[in-house]
Design a protein around this ligand. Structure first.
Ligand code: HEC
Length: 658
């Protein structure tokens, strides 16, 4: 029963079904030759993908041509059929079309009594032995649990995680204290959800009113946050021929506001879905993906705007941050991260190098409601590794951009790494905190940057207050001078053209989450002690190609060390350090800290761990045995605090057992 209900919901929500079959011979061909791979309704099966989207764009004879050659290397066999069979088959295949939206999907309906005396009637989205998820005529989703006398209890949801970092400040800190130092040792997995069709899950789930949203490229799953059971699923075909990170299938998250959900498509569109049923409400092309733009980050909702950037920093796009009306998708403003001649700053690029100078905006920015400013991080200049044809500082690559929310006008900026040739994006979270600075309350922005320095700013003015290294292996600069400019070391190129630079391409830290804990006054980050041999080559920009003009090679004799590090933000001193287990590759796991004095983090040899925020002592260890590519989040559901993280291809949600 359970499987049946789920597969019905799955198919109907993809919005696809069979049109009436016009020819029995063609149908028989399809069912005997194709269905065991592509599924009886062509929406995908064990051996082949959903092909409905591919059919509409092909004529009958183009389809026949394709079938005669197939694509054996990727698992699609060639079919050499007699002409009559081929004609019948291709005619039939052409009738496999998406059902126009608005058609009622097949339904399993139920009428139940709740423990508080209500009658709910609606369509079943999913069902387990002890839980039921259904949607009523008002389109609301009800998450129900079996109680006594065949009644159902409707769950309650106390604390959401409603934006990528849980809070627009970008600080992954929670006031939830159910899980604390005394009980964290008992923390256990409550449920697992395997994300289909992906090689890597880099997602941070969002939770709103008890529904969890998990995304991968062009797909969103809405789950019951107490069981992980899917309630709806949105999917569209991946973009063929895409370059950049989105082509790897991952998506870091969605945004929500009211009844709406917002996400980027793999090909740099922004779209809005109804968050209760996954229906597409609007879609706007942000940039032409044929020019190497792609989309991986979670947008940020600010009032009636949805603000976002794009990926494409290693493919030579020209970066921008843009704001769209949440209700319509209409673009309200756009800030280009690379000024075009004769705008101020364009003189920091030689010749036409600005056109493919990257400075892409592949992570979510942060927001201060009082100053009404967003703080958006900009990525490395392109091409990576070779700056010969882009003399100058290359503004605003590797910068933090403080933008006025209403207009998108630049209020201030700070460039961490002028004329970068080491891929040191400034995409680490720009965390906004209000705390004392030298005894006075101050609005601060803090960031541990990929270049190995930790920075503190006054976020109203952009004034730099502190810049100190947070890693030991750092050889590219002696210090940051009082104007914020790095004082460079003269790194000699070796005879083979390589230069040994620390940190290496993965940076002293990277895009994963960080957390400032007001209880300890410490800032928790994951640091990497590692150097790389860098070398460069000549490379022209091309559509559909990467734009990395060189390599960063690890030193085979070096043992890298990943560690959880607590920074005293007043001085930049390291308060404590927790070096982690060895792994072949350094992981990319973020952290979250709690008001109950815990820091959760993905440990490098594959454990999910909790440490004491005061001293770094490990208090809990769950061996997940996965390389990390994601950051943890937390929420309160049915009076239980959950901590969830993407581990391998799964979302795992932990809580205290009864
Ligand atoms: C053994 C499994 C298998 C069988 C049998 C099979 N296919 Fe496929 N088919 C695939 C796979 C795998 C792909 C994806 C290939 C790729 O990724 O390039 C595919 C791709 C396709 C595509 C999409 C091509 C594109 O543009 O990407 C179409 C259309 C298609 N198949 C039609 C058919 C039809 C019609 C039949 C029956 C005559 C059939 N397939 C039988 C495995 C199969």
């Amino acid at each position: 029963m359970r499987t049946l209900v789920f597969s019905l919901a799955f198919t109907s929500l993809a919005g696809l079904a069979l049109a009436q079959a016009p020819n029995a011979a063609g149908r028989q061909q399809f069912e005997t030759r194709c269905a065991h791979c592509h599924g009886g309704d062509a929406t995908g099966g064990e051996g082949g993908p959903n092909i409905i989207d591919q059919i509409d764009s092909r004529t009958q004879s183009e389809l026949a041509d394709f079938l005669r050659t197939g694509r054996p290397a990727s698992g699609m066999p060639a079919f050499d059929l007699p002409a009559a069979d081929m004609t019948a088959l291709t005619a039939y295949v052409r009738t496999l079309v998406p059902v126009p939206s608005g058609d009622p999907p097949p339904e399993v309906r139920k009428k139940i009594q709740t423990t508080d005396g209500r009658t709910l009637e609606g369509r079943v989205l999913n069902e387990g032995m002890n839980d039921l998820q259904m949607v009523t005529a008002d389109r609301r989703i009800h998450l129900l649990r079996k109680a006594a006398n065949d009644r159902y209890r409707e769950v309650t949801s106390q604390t959401d995680w409603s934006t990528y970092h849980g809070d627009p400040s970008g600080n992954r800190y929670t006031k939830l204290t159910q899980i604390d130092k005394s009980n964290v040792a008992r923390l256990a997995p409550m449920w697992v959800f395997a994300v289909p069709n992906v090689q890597q899950v880099q997602n941070t789930p969002i939770v709103a009113g008890g529904i969890m949203y998990v995304s991968s490229a062009n797909e969103v799953y809405a789950l019951d946050a107490g069981t992980g059971r899917p309630v709806w699923h949105y999917q569209r075909a991946r973009t063929k021929g895409l370059v950049g990170n989105a082509s790897g299938g991952f998506n870091r998250g969605v945004a929500i506001s009211g009844d709406r959900l917002f996400m980027l498509t793999d090909n740099a569109h922004i779209m809005s879905l109804n968050r209760f049923n996954g229906e597409l409400l609007w879609e706007t092309e942000m940039a032409d993906w044929h020019q190497n733009y792609n989309g991986t980050s979670a947008p940020l909702v600010v009032g009636n705007l949805v603000i976002t950037g794009t990926a494409g920093g290693d493919e030579g796009v020209r970066g921008f941050v843009a704001a769209y009306e949440a209700a319509t998708g209409k673009e309200v403003w756009r800030f280009w991260t690379i000024p075009k001649p004769p705008e101020p700053g364009s003189e920091t690029w030689k010749g036409n190098s600005w056109m493919h100078g990257a400075a892409s905006t592949w992570m979510t920015g942060t927001y201060d409601p009082q100053l009404d400013m967003v703080y958006w991080p900009a990525g490395n200049p392109g091409p990576d590794f070779n700056g010969d044809n882009r003399d100058g500082d290359n503004l605003y690559s590797d910068s933090i951009l403080a933008l006025d929310v209403k207009t998108g006008k630049l209020k201030w900026y700070f460039q961490f790494t002028p004329h970068d040739i080491h891929d040191w994006d400034a995409e680490e979270p720009p965390v906004l905190i209000d705390t004392n600075w030298q005894g006075q309350p101050r609005k601060l922005l803090i960031q541990a940057n990929r270049n190995g320095f930790f920075y503190v700013f006054d976020r109203a003015t952009g004034q730099l207050l502190l810049a100190k290294p947070f890693i030991k292996k750092l050889n590219w600069a002696k210090e940051i001078d009082k104007n914020g400019r790095p004082v460079l070391n003269d790194i000699k190129e070796q005879a083979n053209g390589e230069s040994l630079v620390c940190p290496g391409i993965q940076g002293g830290t990277n895009w994963y989450s960080t957390s400032f804990n007001p209880g300890t006054g410490l800032y928790y980050i994951q640091a990497l002690e590692r150097c790389n041999y860098y070398s460069k080559r000549d490379l022209e920009w091309q559509a559909g190609k990467g734009y990395m003009a060189g390599v960063a090679r690890p030193d085979p004799d070096e043992t890298f060390v990943k560690s959880l590090r607590a920074i005293n933000i007043q001085t930049g001193a390291i308060a404590w350090d927790l070096p982690q287990g060895a792994a072949r590759f350094p992981g990319s796991a973020g952290v979250i800290s709690t008001a109950s004095g815990l820091v959760f983090f993905g440990e490098n040899s594959g454990s999910f761990m909790a440490a004491d925020a005061a001293n770094g002592k490990v208090l809990w260890d769950f061996p997940a045995n996965q390389g990390w590519h994601a950051s943890p989040m937390t929420y309160m559901f049915d009076n239980k605090q959950y901590i969830a993280i993407a581990s391998g291809l799964n979302i795992i949600a932990f809580a205290l057992p009864e």
